[in-house]
Design a protein around this ligand. Structure first.
Ligand SMILES: [Zn+2]
Ligand SMILES: [Zn+2]
Length: 147
């Protein structure tokens, strides 16, 4: 295999992981994957209830997202208290989120290089970080073009 050959394994890994997680995390993942916007827990709950046609306790969502986050399939955007599917679940990375203030869409980009530097400074400050989770707010390409 050449170093540049496309490797289809990550998508399969993701499908296999999701399969193993069970129905609710899979449903929650699908809801997040279908949304261009990050969703808050109560929005996920509404959508899940709508899909199923019956009520579900909020704990259903919290359990499902925590499993998805543990598996690296979903990120929580801490400052927005919202969830988004990871765009690169096959590799270790520090996500930086580009959040559009107009259409509320969010894109994930890999901030690993910058985050390593931040982590060093955080360590120097003898600060114990809980979350390292950055948001760049602004205007997305679509909104910028339709101005
Ligand atoms: Zn990610
Ligand atoms: Zn936008």
């Amino acid at each position: 295999m050449t170093p540049h050959a496309h490797n289809p394994a990550p998508a399969q890994d993701r499908a296999r992981k999701l399969e193993a997680l069970g129905r609710v995390p899979r449903e929650v993942y699908d809801l997040l994957a279908a949304s261009p916007m990050p969703l808050k827990a109560y929005e996920l709950l509404w959508r899940l209830q709508e899909k199923r046609g019956r009520r579900a306790p909020p704990s259903t969502i919290y359990r499902a997202v925590s499993v998805l986050i543990d598996q690296g399939l979903v990120h929580k955007i801490e400052s927005r208290n919202a969830f988004i599917v990871c765009s690169a679940p096959d590799k270790a990375h520090d996500p930086v989120f580009l959040v559009c203030e107009r259409c509320k869409s969010a894109l994930e980009t890999d901030g690993s290089a910058a985050m390593d530097a931040v982590r060093e400074r955080v360590k120097e400050a003898k600060f114990r970080p809980l979350h390292l989770n950055f948001v760049v707010s602004g205007t997305c390409r679509n909104c910028e073009e339709s101005k």
